[in-house]
Design a binder for this molecule. Structure first.
Ligand SMILES: *[C@@H]1O[C@H](CO)[C@@H](O)[C@H](O)[C@H]1NC(C)=O
Length: 291
């Protein structure tokens, strides 16, 4: 496949040099030397979700053997909200876990956010072994993830990305579909393999490579497909994380009703409100002894 850089005009939309940091944590990885950095895209108003994550799977002292860091990545609301912004700045000061940039934070712009995440890791956190992009409404089984990554370490050197891989994706051409993609924006009739955006893990060397590849891939508003298109440029195949001949998807994207011992065998499950997350987490602590 020939690689032609996209126009400057198009690249500017996703280029990190188009945006400035409002809040940043440039030294956090140097200081804490994490094995894994969790990056959670949220918006300004998601205070409750941030609190729930800090009190559940994002809690810093969850694992004694490995350092895990988490960061929330936020843009700017379309309508400025000085009061919430002030709260956010306080929160950032108190917890030191917020990065904010000045792109407009909308659903359509999630691809920009993901590319800012890749650039942030490439710039400030190459020392971490793995990065994970995970949505705020996820449940994350941290010990299971860490064990899984430790077990993969031999085979997953560079260019490693794993999650729930979608191999037969294709663009939705119906204008009313949430994931509508016009022929102008994406003329191909199928997508290359990509990992579902709900949660995926990658070796941090990929962050810079994906950032680089984005010079050749026209922005589309589906951030996970976009990463898949960048992976195709790089010739990197995403790895499906499953057990038992694919029967058990470790990065669960379907809604699963909470059951302690079912969840103990997954790495992530998607689709929870902050209150549900707190409730599940409390019960889940017993899984260590009972499952
Ligand atoms: C996406 O972000 C850019 C840069 O901040 C902004 O100009 C544009 O209006 C945003 N698009 C949408 C659909 O929100």
């Amino acid at each position: 496949m020939t690689r032609t850089p996209i126009s400057k005009e198009l690249y500017d939309v996703i280029s990190p040099s188009s945006y400035r940091y409002i809040l940043n944590q440039p030294d956090i990885c140097e200081k804490k030397r994490p094995y894994l950095i969790l990056i959670i895209p949220v918006t300004l108003k998601d205070t409750e979700a941030r609190t729930a994550i800090r009190n559940t799977w994002g809690h810093e002292s969850l694992m004694s053997r490995v350092n895990i860091l988490k960061l929330f990545v936020i843009g700017q609301p379309a309508q400025s909200n000085p009061i919430l912004q002030q709260h956010l700045e306080k929160e950032s000061h108190e917890y030191g876990d917020i990065v904010q940039m000045d792109f407009v934070d909308t659903y359509q712009n999630l691809t920009i956010k993901t590319m800012m995440i890749m650039n942030w890791i490439a710039t400030y956190c190459q020392s971490a072994r793995y990065g994970m992009k995970i949505d705020a409404d996820s449940f994350l089984n941290v010990p299971h993830l860490v064990n899984y990554l430790h077990a993969q370490e031999e085979s997953s050197g560079e260019d490693y990305i794993t999650g729930s891989v979608i191999r037969d994706g294709h663009p939705k051409r119906d204008r009313h579909n949430k994931w509508f993609l016009s022929v102008d924006l994406y003329p191909e009739t199928s997508f290359p393999p990509y990992v579902s955006g709900a949660a995926y893990v990658f070796s941090t060397d990929l962050a810079q490579k994906i950032s680089f590849a984005s010079r050749f891939v026209r922005p589309i508003p589906l951030e996970d497909v976009y990463v898949g298109l960048c992976l195709r440029v790089l010739g990197v195949n995403p790895v499906y994380s499953t057990r038992f001949l694919r029967l058990r998807n470790l990065f669960e994207v379907r809604k699963l009703k909470y059951q302690r011992c079912t969840f103990a065998k997954r790495i992530t499950v998607n689709g929870f409100k902050p209150q549900q997350l707190l409730y599940i987490w409390h019960d889940f602590q017993k899984s260590h002894f009972t499952c």
